[in-house]
Design a binder for this molecule. Structure first.
Ligand code: SF4
Length: 367
């Protein structure tokens, strides 16, 4: 098995065996024990949040595959559309919101995606006046299971051929061989979550170093892919300014800034429930050491002056490197935008327009 996944067993849920993706995945993981199981009920009570990253569960998903990212009206949201291909992730970041998000512990892959593509495509085509920025990296890492599932074979031709959609594959891995071997480049964005080298080493278990991520991004750039980056979550830690500068210096060494579509900045935020999980599962973690307040979205976040200080510093060092990187803030208010970046899109529609425009410029689309 290549990639970060270390499965010990596969569970095939009733109904999943009729989809060809199930046979493809079982073929790739030939040799692992396979159990045929009934659909599970959501767990409640003690142990409900325990994770099982060694079990891959294949199932047909009964909900909507494409839906808007659930922002909150109090903060400016980017208007992203989530393509819901599965849940959970083989990597193990201490701050991962998914630890408190799903009460189903295993890595779940929705094997009926292919059968829903026509329906999703019709919806995108019917709304030809709208630009869909679509991502698969909200409920799992977009590439961590690529060598097992092979989503690229379905998704790249499906979205690369549509004139009003871009697909962003968001990852912390170096799993780009499959992408590089594909012929599709148009309207495909590969983006990496970045942090300081020390946070990556301590808080992002199972993920490659920042240098390795950037080397993978460089390979993608060299092969004609548009790339993006996400400094999210920015974490206040010892000498954080020097630490984040080291990452930007590495970007300078390895990445052509002209090929970057956008870079987002977002300070650490977490649901209060996550605190218990972090204490239990990540005993060496320091991310809860800072001072937090409860935000309007019910999540804990740093005090305003800390957030403004981090965003101001990050945008300054990024803009010193290159002045057109499409730096934007994730889930912040108009006031924080103004104080940190000196401008604001004012509301979520404004940020959507800004990002749509960047995508349209990069890919020569008419918006
Ligand atoms: S890579 Fe993303 S989805 Fe995976 S564990 Fe880390 S934060 Fe969670």
């Amino acid at each position: 098995m290549t990639g970060p996944a270390r499965f010990k067993r596969i569970r095939v849920e009733e109904g999943a065996e009729t989809y060809s993706q199930t046979s493809v995945i079982l073929g790739r993981l030939n040799g692992l024990p396979v159990e045929h199981v009934k659909p599970v009920q959501s767990r409640q009570g003690p142990g409900a949040l325990d994770l099982d990253k060694e079990t891959l569960r294949l199932l047909p998903f009964q909900g909507e595959f494409l839906k808007p990212c659930p922002g909150t009206k109090e903060y400016i949201c980017c208007g992203y559309q989530i393509l819901h291909v599965g849940t959970n992730c083989p990597l193990d970041c201490s701050y991962c919101v998914l630890q408190a998000y799903f009460n189903q512990p295993e890595l779940r892959v929705f094997v009926n995606l292919e059968s829903k593509l026509d329906q999703i495509g019709d919806y995108i085509d019917r709304n030809s006046g709208k630009l869909f920025r679509i991502g698969t990296g909200e409920f799992m890492d977009s590439l961590a299971l690529e060598s097992v599932v092979g989503w690229r074979k379905l998704l790249l031709p499906f979205l690369s051929n549509r004139m009003n959609a871009v697909l962003e594959l968001k990852t912390k891995t170096e799993e780009v061989d499959g992408l590089l071997s594909s012929p599709w480049r148009e309207r495909i964005i590969v983006s990496w979550s970045l942090n300081s080298p020390s946070i990556a080493a301590v808080e992002e278990k199972g993920a490659p170093s920042i240098k390795k991520r950037l080397e993978a991004a460089r390979r993608c750039q060299d092969e004609g892919f548009v790339v993006g980056f996400h400094f999210d979550p920015l974490i206040e830690h010892q000498d954080w300014k020097d630490a984040y500068r080291r990452t930007v210096d590495m970007m300078d060494d390895l990445i052509n800034p002209n090929g970057i579509i956008w870079i987002s900045l977002g300070c650490l935020r977490y649901m209060p429930l996550l605190k218990k999980v972090i204490r239990k599962r990540h005993t060496g973690s320091h991310i809860l050491d800072g001072e937090f307040i409860l935000g309007f979205d019910g999540k804990m976040r740093y005090f305003k002056p800390i957030r403004v200080g981090m965003y101001t510093y990050m945008s300054k060092i990024l803009n010193q490197w290159h002045d057109d990187l499409g730096v934007y803030l994730c889930m912040e208010s108009d006031e924080i935008w103004q104080r940190s970046l000196g401008w604001s899109p004012e509301h979520s529609e404004g940020l959507s327009r800004y990002l749509d425009q960047r995508a349209a410029n990069v890919f020569g689309m008419n918006y």
